[in-house]
Design a protein around this ligand. Structure first.
Ligand SMILES: [Zn+2]
Ligand SMILES: [Zn+2]
Ligand SMILES: [Zn+2]
Length: 119
């Protein structure tokens, strides 16, 4: 597990330095060179601890599963950033709530004005 992708299911082998990393971000942090791109990516399944290769040019839905244990290793990454975004979304919901309260306030004042007119 790495701090960038909290639910990482497979490590990747960097083709440039031949080291294993949980994600490209980990590589960027530990190495001072760019992660090289490759058409044949090597993965290491976190579940069965077995390595396998995938042709990235023909990566299909069936390729999202570990060939050894069927672990679905291509998952939507849970990143700490997403957690922050989620909290921001909550704040927007709160803002909507405040606006609704104002609307309610306007509505009552309209009624008050109406009542005043009736005198
Ligand atoms: Zn590297
Ligand atoms: Zn990482
Ligand atoms: Zn596996």
């Amino acid at each position: 597990m790495c701090k960038h992708i909290l639910n990482v299911q497979a490590a990747i082998r960097a083709p440039c330095c031949k080291k294993w990393f949980d994600c490209a971000e980990c590589h960027a942090e530990k190495e001072d060179h760019e992660l090289a791109k490759t058409v044949e990516m090597a993965f290491l399944c976190k579940k069965c601890k077995k390595a396998f290769r995938k042709d990235m040019t023909r990566f299909e839905e069936a390729d999202e599963f570990c060939p050894n244990c069927d672990n679905h290793f291509v998952v939507e990454a849970k990143t700490p950033q997403q957690v922050i975004e989620f909290e921001a979304e909550d704040a927007r919901v709160d803002a909507r709530g405040i606006r609704d309260e104002r609307m309610q306030y306007l509505d009552t004042s309209d009624i008050d004005a109406f009542v005043d007119q009736l005198g």
